[in-house]
Each structure stands twice: as C-alpha cells, then as structure tokens.
Design a protein around this ligand. Structure first.
Ligand code: ROI
Length: 161
C-alpha cells in the first residue's frame, strides 16, 4: 500500500543530530521506502525520568510498500546499527528511537506494534513536527491534528532548524 506513513525519530545519547540524519538516510536506502518529507529538528525536555539529557526529535513522512511489521523490523535494525541497546530500563536514554506513529489510517493492536503509537496525544515532540508536515491531517479518532496539538502542553519544546 502506498499511503503516507509517519515515523518519529528521537535521540538523547551521542551525536543525536547526526544520528537522526543518518537514520533518515538509512530509511531512504531501502528500495521499499520513499522519503516524502522530513520535519525540522526539535529539542525537547525528556518525558519520563528527568535525569537524562534533552532529546532531539523529528518526524518523517514516507511512502512504503512494506507492511507494518516489515517496517517495524527495518526500524529496529536501523536502531541496532546505531548502537541502541534494549536494557529494559523503561523510558531511559537512547541513541536512537524510531517509532511508527501512523500507518495510513490503520489502527493496529498487536503484541509488537500499536498504531497509532501509544501516548502520541501527550507527546508534543511528536505532534508538533507531525503538524509541521501534515497540518490538515485527520487523526485516527476523526479529530484534526490541530486539535491534538492545541490540547497538548508545548512546554520544553524548541525548534532548532
Ligand atoms: N522524551 C522526549 N522529549 N523525546 C523522546 O523522543 C522521548 N522518547 C522516549 C521517552 C523516554 C518516553 N521520552 C522522550 O522514549
């Protein structure tokens, strides 16, 4: 299916800016993915434990012929290539996080994958870059993304470039 899919990128360990641009390049190297747009880069205060560095966040829009689980596998491979370790610490710092935020208008509830990504409504570091790319997007609950942004605290978020 070739319909817009949105991927959230986050990093707060190492050279986060480079890691995020490398991750976009890695996605674009897949024959099954076209990058349509990449948001500005944002800096955001950590959600969860505060004793970790600020995060860099961005969102990209892709078209892909991969199904959601194939795309998840690819994202997890790219995370591993960038030194991501899954140590089980909940909401700890990470070199790279790639989250499938939206996969067209699909709702998915599987063991490995929840789409829309859980917690998206509280995450200004996801909603604001997503809004930048798709200001007229209708979210899976039928409400416009502008309403989701309006209902979300924007404290601690800044746009870098
Ligand atoms: N906080 C911010 N600001 N940005 C993230 O990408 C991010 N990712 C996470 C948790 C630990 C929830 N906090 C975050 O996974």
């Amino acid at each position: 299916m070739i319909e817009p899919v949105y991927i959230g990128l986050g990093s707060n360990l190492g050279d986060s800016e480079n890691t995020i641009s490398d991750a976009v390049n890695a996605l674009s190297e897949s024959a099954d993915i076209t990058i349509n747009a990449v948001s500005s880069l944002y800096k955001s205060a950590p959600m969860g434990p505060k004793n970790q560095p600020d995060y860099f966040n961005a969102v990209c829009e892709i078209s892909t012929s991969l199904d959601p689980i194939e795309l998840l596998d690819l994202c997890q491979n790219i995370e591993s290539t960038h030194g991501r370790e899954r140590k089980g610490e909940r909401w700890g710092p990470r070199t790279l996080d790639l989250d499938i935020l939206l996969y067209s208008t699909n709702t998915i509830n599987e063991e490995r994958l929840t789409i829309p990504h859980a917690g998206i409504a509280q995450r200004e570091f996801v909603l604001v870059p997503l809004f930048e790319l798709a200001p007229t997007l209708i979210m899976p609950d039928g409400r416009p993304i502008a309403k989701w942004v309006a209902d979300c605290s924007l404290d601690g978020l800044s746009r870098l470039r």
